[in-house]
Design a protein around this ligand. Structure first.
Ligand SMILES: [Fe+2]
Ligand SMILES: [Fe+2]
Length: 264
């Protein structure tokens, strides 16, 4: 099993597809992962399962890889109810989770915006470019840059999970370029395709960050590092001023009034 722990997960899943299915049951989506170069032991560590769950997971993986081996079944107390997992974030990381809240409000509006554009005679270019401005100035420059320039610097940048985050940010930027091109050409299909793809990408991305990446980073930080990171994030926020987040919150409220109340 020691050998398997130090193997790249994509090789293990290729040889033993059952392992991919077992991991997915635990919400560890390694089969569709785009890179797949992390080691089995890192995956288990990143996801921070409770000891009982981890023991069962490792037992099932070992049985899938070595079906003939006499693997002792872990003794687990099934009568012991697991408390729902509460994630507690350090203050600078909590601020990033809160910023996800505003980004998710835009993501929730995107299907309504797409429908509105499809039903309009002419593309409302101004509306599309306002959404692009939110994505570029708030989601990307204000939020993603703090992740890339501050948060990710505290962990191994070669870790697969960090590489996936960078890749997602870049994929998001490509979708935004396509949305702008669609708005310039008045191409409704192009706007629709890339706004919806951006929405899907960011929903998954934020879920990965909130539930896996941020807690994993927090677990590695010392109290001193948390303080240092808090200071850097506060300085980064101060450099853009208080008005920027307020302005984009007002923008989201206006969109919600326009699109959500019409539906209600
Ligand atoms: Fe991110
Ligand atoms: Fe984020």
């Amino acid at each position: 099993m020691k050998n398997a722990l130090n193997k790249e997960i994509k090789d293990i899943i290729q040889d033993y597809p059952e392992v991919g299915r077992i991991l997915e049951e635990y919400g560890i989506g390694c089969s569709p992962c785009s890179v797949g170069s992390c080691l089995l032991k890192d995956i288990v560590g990143i996801h921070n399962l409770d000891p009982q769950q981890e023991a069962i997971l490792m037992y099932r993986i070992e049985k899938a890889i070595y079906p003939d081996r006499d693997v002792p079944e872990p003794k687990v107390d099934l009568t012991k109810k697991q408390a729902p997992k509460q994630i507690s974030y350090s203050p600078p990381v909590k601020k990033l989770v809160d910023e996800h809240g505003l980004i998710k409000r835009l993501l929730a509006l995107i299907p309504h915006i797409v429908e509105y554009i499809e039903n309009s005679v002419n593309v409302d270019k101004e509306l599309v470019l306002q959404c692009v401005d939110f994505i570029r100035a708030y989601a990307d420059k204000y939020h993603h840059m703090k992740e890339e320039d501050i948060l990710f610097k505290y962990v191994d940048n070669n870790a697969e999970i960090i590489q996936i985050m960078y890749k997602d940010h870049d994929t998001g930027r490509n979708h935004v370029r396509q949305v702008i091109e669609g708005a310039e050409k008045g191409n409704k299909a192009q706007i629709r395709e890339h706004l919806l793809a951006y929405r899907e990408l960011l929903m998954q991305h934020i879920k990965k960050e909130d539930e896996i990446l941020y807690p994993w980073i927090d677990r590695q930080l010392s109290v001193t590092q948390v303080g240092e990171m808090f200071k850097q994030c506060t300085e980064a926020d101060a450099s853009v001023g208080d008005e920027l987040p307020k302005k984009y919150e007002r923008f989201i409220i206006e969109l919600e009034e326009k699109f959500l109340q019409e539906v209600a």
